[in-house]
Every structure is written in C-alpha cells, then in structure tokens.
Design a protein around this ligand. Structure first.
Ligand SMILES: Cc1cc2nc3c(=O)[nH]c(=O)nc-3n(C[C@H](O)[C@H](O)[C@H](O)COP(=O)(O)O)c2cc1C
Length: 301
C-alpha cells in the first residue's frame, strides 16, 4: 500500500471482529515498532503481547471493556534503566518519545495489513502491572488493542494546517511534498453530489462536473478546484480557508455562513451567486481583496 494511502487507513478502531490476528502478523507489527527511531538507539521499550483469552478478558477490569474484545493487546512499556543511568532525568522524556514512535509504527503496520487498533492512554496502570507482573522499572505507557475492524471507522477531522503550522520563511504555496501527498480527483462526473461532515483537506479536484451538488459542514482548507462545473451548488457552514477556485462555474450557487478567509477565486463565473454571513478576511476574487473592496465601497457610497 502506498504510504499516502496508508496514512489515511490508520484510524482508531474500538470494535473488532472475532478474526484472530496471526503470529506472523504480530511479529510484523513488532518488527515495525522496533524499527522506530530511539534516543541513542538504546531502544528503551518493552512490549507485552497478550493473546491469551482469559488474560485479555481481565483487561475489562482496568480499561474500556471494548479493548478486551480485541484478539491481541499490546502493552507498550518503557525500559529506561540504561538510558536514565547515562543521561539522568533528561532521559525521562526520551523513553516516552521512543515508545510513542514505536506505537505509531505498530499502528501503521497494522493498517497496512488490513487491521486497526487504538492507542489507549486511559487505564489503571497498577492493575495492568499486577495482572501481567510487569516490574516497577518499566513504565506502562499505552495499551494498543489490535484486530480486524467490525466496521470502517470515520476519518476523524484534523485542525486546519493554518492553526497548527507556522512557516518561517515560507510563502502560501504548498511545498512539493505537500503537492505530492494530495489526493487528485480528475475528469469525473459526480451526479447528485452530497458532501456532509467530511474533511477534504489535501484533495485537488480537476475537471469535475458536479452541478447542483451540496456541501454541508465540509472542511475544504487548502483544497484546490480547477475546471469545475458547480452550477447551482449549495454550500452551508463550510470552512474554505485558503481554498483555491480556478475556472469554476458557480452560477446560481449559494454560500451560507462559510469561512472564506484567504480563499481565492480566479476566472470563475459568479452570475446570480448569493453569499450570506461569510467571513471574507483575505478572500480574493481575480486578485481583488474582497474585505478591502467592501470597506472601500462603504466609505465611498
Ligand atoms: C496519547 C493518546 C491517548 C489516547 N487515549 C485513548 C484512550 O484512552 N481511549 C481511546 O478510546 N482512545 C484514545 N486515544 C485515541 C484518540 O482518541 C484518537 O487517536 C483520536 O481521537 C484521533 O482519531 P484517529 O486515531 O482515528 O485519527 C488516544 C490517543 C493518544 C495519542
């Protein structure tokens, strides 16, 4: 599976089928986990792999009961005596970083094999320690139940890039790697398009026909549309931060309460389009800053 696909396949799953996870699959996940980077390559981690049905059932005593239904539960621990001896207190952070990186590798490997799991930080560590007889020298960082998902979990929304990223010396254009990791939907007719409660961040649409489509509560941050027929489309409660529209026919469309901050429209057809309750800071239409144009109009009318 391509990495760009895999990264979206990993989702937290909290309900599993009865299908067992094979020893080979478990070994592949552990192999992936231990390929993670670690401070000074000291690999300050230890993994307990719980497959025994009676022991797994007892996990319900100290964490969310659904976790106990997974065919395998990984208990991710630090094993930091050596690194603590070398670096003292500073290494406390290192051992947690090591285990977190290993955990993500494990989850990605699970997703690559069509499995999924959940990183769990909420559990009673003392009860887990006594059940598995884990020595005090190892800190229990997370439980990761893994199995086959009963149903496909939704792709959970992320904050917009503009909220979590600060570029130092970078312009607004996406970097090449960002462009490469985009999903491209091209040359497609989408009839009766209904998009609701979804995150489209990172998607690029090119030469698409979706007249009369409706978009509700959709995150379109950074999405690019070019050569699109969106006549008669309705947009409700949308986040369109830095969305780019080029050659988009949006005649008769209606926009209600969208956040259009930083959105740009170039060579679009706006006949009879209605905008209601929009946030337009930094929005441009053919290079004209709309917020400034509105201010200018108000002052001079
Ligand atoms: C440090 C940490 C602790 C978490 N603890 C729990 C937990 O105790 N129970 C749970 O159901 N999910 C837990 N999660 C999973 C998150 O809820 C989940 O990753 C987040 O909602 C995003 O969903 P996604 O993983 O499907 O993208 C935890 C995740 C992290 C990173």
């Amino acid at each position: 599976m391509e990495f760009s696909e895999l990264i979206y396949k990993r989702r937290s799953v909290r309900a599993f089928t009865d299908k067992p996870v094979t020893r080979e699959e478990i070994d592949r996940m552990l192999e992936a986990a231990t390929r993670a980077p670690s401070a000074c390559n000291m690999q300050s981690w230890h993994f307990y792999v719980v497959t025994d049905a009676a022991v797994r059932a007892r996990f319900a005593e100290f964490c969310a009961p659904w976790a106990a239904t997974a065919p395998v539960i990984f208990v991710i621990c630090t094993d930091g005596d050596a690194i603590m001896k070398r670096f003292g207190e500073r290494a406390r952070l290192f051992v947690h970083q090591d285990t977190a990186l290993a955990a993500e590798n494990l989850l990605l490997c699970a997703a690559d094999m069509g499995l999924n799991g959940c990183f769990m930080g909420a559990f009673d560590a003392d009860k887990c320690r006594s059940l598995l007889e884990i020595p005090e020298s190892r800190e229990i960082v997370a439980l990761i139940p893994v199995g086959e998902a009963q149903t496909e979990s939704p792709l959970r929304e992320r904050k917009p890039m503009s909220e979590v990223v600060t570029y130092i010396g970078e312009d607004d254009e996406p970097s090449n790697s960002e462009k490469d990791s985009r999903y491209l939907l091209r040359d497609t007719v989408i009839k009766h398009a209904r998009f609701e409660n979804i995150n489209m961040t990172g998607v690029e649409f090119d030469n698409i026909k979706m007249a009369d489509g409706s978009f509700n509560n959709v995150n379109m941050t950074g999405v690019r549309f070019s050569d699109i027929n969106m006549t008669g489309a309705s947009f409700g409660g949308m986040c369109m931060n830095k969305t780019k529209f080029g050659c988009v026919d949006i005649r008769e469309a209606s926009f209600e309460n969208p956040d259009l901050a930083g959105t740009s429209f170039k060579d679009c057809n706006f006949s009879n389009v209605t905008f209601e309750g929009c946030t337009v800071d930094g929005m441009t239409i053919d290079g004209v800053n709309i917020a400034e144009a509105i201010e200018f109009y108000k002052k001079n009318k």
